[in-house]
Design a protein around this ligand. Structure first.
Ligand code: GLU
Length: 474
């Protein structure tokens, strides 16, 4: 049977970078093995689940390019089925009703603690006559085998073994008739024909319970792969202060999904010494069985570097939608896809994020450049530049509209530099300030081409006036 794996987030918060990594690994492993991905929203905890969280998870996955092949399915929709399976087990003798009160359980644990025993349910209702315990509030507990051991060959961690006597009889159905996580997961994984359970290693302790349960229910056992968790530079489990924010925050900060994906994969997985991977490559090459076992350290600087590399390598057509999204969000005029694609190559080299790119191309989009970099103007404009700049404007005006391109513009510049015995830097910075309001932009000739003749002349004339007012009269 072909591979079927699932991503099963609980919608109790946004999709953070750790959860996104699980979703990514499911997606990539399924792709490279010709498998199918299923998205199951585990919303059985009604109090902590929210529609906002569901929406944020779906949006995060969509942005990362991880739309599932099947789903989203909502676990709460399978409520009756979960209960039916628990009752089947009850009737078959694989589970029992436990009528212990909270008080009784507390006392039991306290006594165990005092006797130096690990606190856990001691199975006191297990062998009671089922007819006696049918009245009053009760939970349904699973009859965990008391002896022997359970083990599985984890695709990432290798063989993992648990002694059965370390496991207590877990609750399958609570006294309010709600199914527990372990029951719901086992039944759903079976019903959805999942044959690879890929999840964080924080779930390892659930696996022996789930294996016992699925065997008692007569289900086929899936394969398991428990991936190491992400840690911050200080070695602690990744939290908000390390950057474990919503993946959508990374979008807001100008990261590309391809870079985020590439970065997350490289944490713990490698392919020779290749650093940069496209999504297509990862979908071909990735294999969870080649993940390392140790925790990976999340390094925001490396992510930023990779993002710059991806921006540089991307096709303008692929960057345009993301740039467009940022421009709209930042309230900058959006000139449309075609124009964006033409502009982007001039900004790819020097932008580490899409936010940076949006800021860098701002001068091409707005009509009013205010506020100009006044410090830059004072540093780079001196009244002796007035004449060369006036001559430059005059010569640029003489270029025919149809010849407004790099070579012509370069020739004009060279002539002015020559006539006035100036170095390029001396002339370029005031020109740049007039054209962009700032001291950084693509090459000056390119900037003129990008702006077009009319706008360039208008800005140079306006800039010169402004410079004179700021500096000239002093
Ligand atoms: N819903 C669980 C979680 O968000 C995942 C369950 C699983 O993968 O088995 O941690």
């Amino acid at each position: 049977m072909s591979l079927r794996t699932r991503f099963a987030p609980s919608p109790t918060g946004f999709l953070h970078i750790g959860g996104a990594r699980t979703a990514l690994f499911c997606h990539l492993h399924a792709r490279s093995h010709g498998g199918t991905t299923v998205l199951r929203i585990e919303d059985t905890d009604r109090q902590r689940s929210s529609q906002e969280a569901v929406d944020a998870i779906l949006e995060g996955m969509r942005w990362m390019g991880l739309d599932p092949d099947e789903g989203p399915f909502f676990q709460s929709a399978n409520h009756t089925r979960h209960l039916d399976e628990a009752h089947r087990l009850l009737n078959e003798g694989g589970a029992y009703r436990c009528t212990c009160t909270v008080e009784e359980l507390d006392n039991m644990r306290e006594t165990q603690r005092q006797n130096g025993i690990k606190p856990r349910y001691d199975g006191r209702c297990r062998d009671r006559d089922p007819r006696l315990s049918d009245t009053g509030p009760s939970v349904i507990r699973f009859k965990t085998p008391k002896t022997g051991e359970v083990f599985w060959n984890d695709l990432i961690q290798g063989e993992i073994r648990f002694d059965n006597n370390e496991l207590d009889d877990l609750v399958l159905v609570r006294s309010d008739n709600s199914p527990t996580y372990n029951l719901a997961v086992v039944v759903d994984d079976h019903d959805m024909a999942i044959n690879l359970v890929l999840r964080g290693e924080d779930h390892i302790s659930n696996t022996p319970r789930q294996i016992h349960l699925l065997e008692a229910l007569g289900y086929q056992r899936p394969q398991y792969a428990h991936m190491p968790l992400l840690h911050g530079a200080d070695g602690a489990k990744l939290s908000k202060r390390h950057g474990a924010v919503s993946v959508l925050q990374y979008r807001l900060d100008g990261f590309l999904p391809a870079a985020v994906n590439n970065y997350l994969v490289r944490l713990g997985w490698s392919h020779g010494d290749q650093e940069i991977f496209t999504m297509e490559e990862l979908e071909r090459l990735f294999d969870v069985t080649r993940l390392g076992r140790s925790a990976s350290i999340f390094n925001p600087e490396k992510l930023l570097w990779l993002n710059g590399q991806h921006i540089r390598a991307a096709k303008p057509a692929n960057l345009a939608p993301e740039l467009s999204w940022h421009l709209d969000r930042l309230g900058l005029p959006n000139p449309g896809r075609e124009r964006l694609e033409a502009m982007i190559p001039y900004f790819q080299e020097r932008s580490k994020t899409m936010v940076e790119m949006s800021e860098k191309c701002r001068f091409l989009l707005v009509d009013d450049l205010h506020p100009y970099d006044a410090v830059g103007i004072r540093r780079h404009y001196t009244p002796d530049l007035r004449l060369p700049l006036e001559n430059l404007i005059k010569s640029l005006k003489n270029i025919k509209d149809s010849s407004w391109e790099i070579n012509e513009i370069q020739t004009v510049f060279n002539k002015i530099l020559d006539d006035h015995q100036l170095k390029m830097g001396k002339l370029a910075q005031p020109v740049r300030l007039a054209l962009t309001g700032t001291t950084v932009s693509p090459g000056i000739h390119e900037t003129l081409v990008l702006l077009g003749k009319d706008k360039s002349i208008l800005r140079l004339e306006g800039g010169l006036d402004l410079f004179e007012r700021l500096v000239g009269e002093k």
